[in-house]
Design a protein around this ligand. Structure first.
Ligand code: 13P
Ligand code: SF4
Length: 350
């Protein structure tokens, strides 16, 4: 576990990180991207970190790949590229810088390392895990194969490298339906997200989809009744759900898609009121670009994504700690499954 007392002492020795109105003023161009959701007082706290990180990125020849669930000061303040899991994986293959700092969760950093092994890949907190990635092991994949002989295993990228290595092809929430539909087999094993699998089974009824019983602790909390109640009270709200939500929740929504699919939908449709049935930072991150949209309703926080903070990013880049390594033999096999997904997605025009 990261010792925050040590982190703070080390940073205090090398950087002036006191809240600064001067630095806040000097970085108004960055702040303008989030001024509807971050107060000026908070920006005065964040600005010294943002300035230090952006400077250190140059010195280390590093890029920051950030997931759409990062907080606004990370998403708008220090990221070089933001996106959903598929976009981040594709971007990782293209990085030329020496260092990738993954602002997201561990499986995302592992995927970057698998796809671009020559790079130093850093995750600012090794404990940024994922309940889906924890839910299945390579042994679990072997059990599914024994139960459904001959059926291909389509594994969500929210898994460890060992699980990917034991799978035939990966998928993300933005390409799962198309990948499943494109496979020649009738029976398909989907791991580890039971709800994503059930949602895909509804979209691709010609396939017999069987699944592992994992779930996302953020999205499984929503209920169809919550959405019905909300709609009754607020009938003109557009409800948009991530496909990690249970199928009855997705059925109650107006649109379902990956995190980038959600951003594209809201950007295109510009509903007067939108409820994003997903992680809380999503709405905050797009709020400034869409002032005409009123983001309403409840959201749930991912405790793993929220382990990534400006302080930990600065410490990781300063000390070059948090480097992600994957056993080369495992990485080689896992890469096949991830690359198959990327290649098939390209072929399918996703
Ligand atoms: P996306 O691929 O849609 O960004 O989802 C990743 C994730 O962890 C959602 O919970
Ligand atoms: Fe994992 Fe859910 Fe967090 Fe995404 S939101 S990283 S699926 S726990």
């Amino acid at each position: 576990m990261l010792d925050l007392t040590h982190v703070r002492a080390e940073l205090a020795d090398h950087y002036d990180l006191a809240p600064s109105v001067e630095l806040a003023q000097a970085t108004q161009d960055i702040y303008a991207r989030m001024d509807r959701v971050v107060t000026p007082a908070d920006w005065a706290i964040y600005a010294p970190y943002v300035v230090a990180i952006n400077e250190l990125k140059k010195q280390r020849n590093a890029v920051i790949l950030a997931h759409n669930y990062m907080t606004p000061e990370i998403y708008h303040g220090i990221a070089d590229f933001v996106g959903d899991s598929l976009q981040l994986a594709i971007k990782a293959t293209e990085v030329e810088a020496d260092v990738i700092v993954q602002c997201g969760v561990h499986f995302m950093a592992e995927t970057s390392k698998i796809l671009n092994p020559a790079k130093t890949v850093i995750i600012p907190d090794m404990e940024a895990g994922c309940s889906l990635a924890e839910s299945v092991t390579a042994e679990g994949i072997a059990q599914m194969r024994a139960k459904y002989p001959g059926a291909p295993v389509v594994t969500y990228v929210n898994t460890t490298a060992e699980v990917k290595a034991a799978s035939d092809i990966c998928c993300t929430s933005s390409n799962a339906a198309q990948i499943v539909a494109a496979l020649p087999d009738d029976t398909i094993i989907m791991t580890p997200d039971q709800y994503l699998a059930q949602n895909i089974a509804n979209q691709v009824p010609e396939k017999n989809i069987v699944w592992w019983e994992g779930s996302c602790i953020v999205h499984e909390q929503y209920t169809a009744q919550d959405l019905k109640d909300f709609r009754e009270w607020n009938p003109d709200t557009r409800i948009i759900a991530h496909p990690e939500c249970p199928p009855d929740v997705v059925a109650e929504s107006d649109f379902s898609g990956s995190t980038s699919g959600i951003i594209d939908y809201v950007t295109r449709e510009k509903p007067q009121k939108a409820m994003l049935v997903t992680e809380c930072s999503m709405a905050s991150n797009i709020s400034d670009a869409l002032p005409e949209v009123d983001f309403v309703g409840p959201c749930n926080m991912c405790p793993f994504m929220k382990k990534i903070t400006l302080e930990k990013v600065l410490f990781a880049l300063h000390t070059m700690t948090g480097q992600v390594e994957v056993d080369p033999a495992v990485a080689e096999k896992a890469k096949l499954a991830v690359q198959r997904m990327i290649d098939l997605s390209r072929e399918l025009g996703i």
